[in-house]
Design a binder for this molecule. Structure first.
Ligand code: BT5
Length: 259
């Protein structure tokens, strides 16, 4: 993996990446960041690894990434807001990352509820937010980001579903620059987010969403509903118009019906 000096050289941020923990291999950058946060690590501390042996997705799923060509990192956040805002943090992450990816590649990113970033309909980035609270107040959140940068092929389960910045642009990118650009983009939204103001983030997320007005199936582990995605609730849920009225969902996977 890169050295601290190499990564810090391109950083223009004040808080995000001020403290860096860099590893060749880890079980999961989110697990490591959680351990550091429990020991009191500062807001903006970043754990980054070249390889993960147990990269995590949501709902017990895994994140598979090729060493040497991906970005795998987690940022410790300690915003002083109440737990009712926690469901909005994935939108902050997605918009910060999408903005950076668009600047670097010139490609348009699509944001898919709740936490994916797509390029030309395929997933290039996943975000895993994990949080700990005490008496209704957020203690810290770990924002884990997996971005496919220079990976050239995706096999098995990922074939046809995953993509990378390289696959969509034909160009290889210096992962250090991509990393620095993402942290800088995230930090530009963070002061507003910390005040509990997600207006800009939600507006920019919605502008990149393609789900609204479409017929979808929303799948959870033991349940699924069909309906039309009509909007977001104030706390980040997906509002779906079903045959039995409007329902708000906070987790699950969206499948857009073929038109
Ligand atoms: C996510 O979960 O998309 C969140 C992934 C977060 C990964 C980062 S890496 C750094 C940090 N440390 C961790 O341990 N995790 C975070 P979910 O929405 O559940 O999507 C998981 C699904 O995405 C898998 O079941 C696969 O179908 C697919 N997937 C796995 N690896 C992928 C990849 N490299 N590119 C695209 N899709 C992938």
């Amino acid at each position: 993996m890169y050295t601290e000096e190499e990564l810090k050289r391109g950083l223009t941020t004040q808080v995000f990446g001020h403290t860096l923990s860099i590893y060749d291999s880890l079980d999961s950058t989110n697990a490591c960041a959680k351990t550091l946060a429990n020991k009191g690590a500062d807001e903006g501390t970043v754990v980054i690894a070249d390889h993960q042996t147990e990269g995590r997705g949501r709902l017990g799923r895994t994140w598979q990434a090729e060493s040497g060509s991906s970005l795998l990192f987690s940022v410790i956040l300690r915003p002083a807001f109440s737990m009712d805002k926690i469901g909005l943090l994935p939108f902050f992450a997605a918009v910060g990352i999408a903005n950076a990816v668009e600047t670097i590649t010139g490609l348009h990113c699509e944001c898919k509820w709740p936490n994916d970033i797509l390029l030309r309909g395929k997933k290039c980035c996943g975000v895993l937010l994990e949080s700990t609270s005490q008496q209704c107040t957020l203690d810290y959140a770990i924002m884990g980001i997996g971005l496919n940068v220079n990976q050239k092929i995706f096999l098995g389960d990922l074939a046809g579903k995953a993509t990378s910045l390289y696959c969509e642009s034909g160009l290889e990118f210096d992962r250090r620059n991509v990393f620095c650009q993402i942290l800088s983009s995230l930090e530009s939204y963070y002061p507003q987010v910390c005040k509990g103001d997600f207006n800009t983030v939600l507006m920019e997320w919605k502008a990149r969403a393609t789900i609204f007005g479409k017929r979808i199936t929303l799948r959870q582990v033991a349940d699924s509903i069909d309906g039309i995605a009509v909007g977001l609730s104030v706390d980040g849920g997906l509002v779906v118009e079903t045959e039995s009225g409007q329902r708000v969902w906070y987790a699950g996977d969206v499948i857009i019906a073929q038109q």
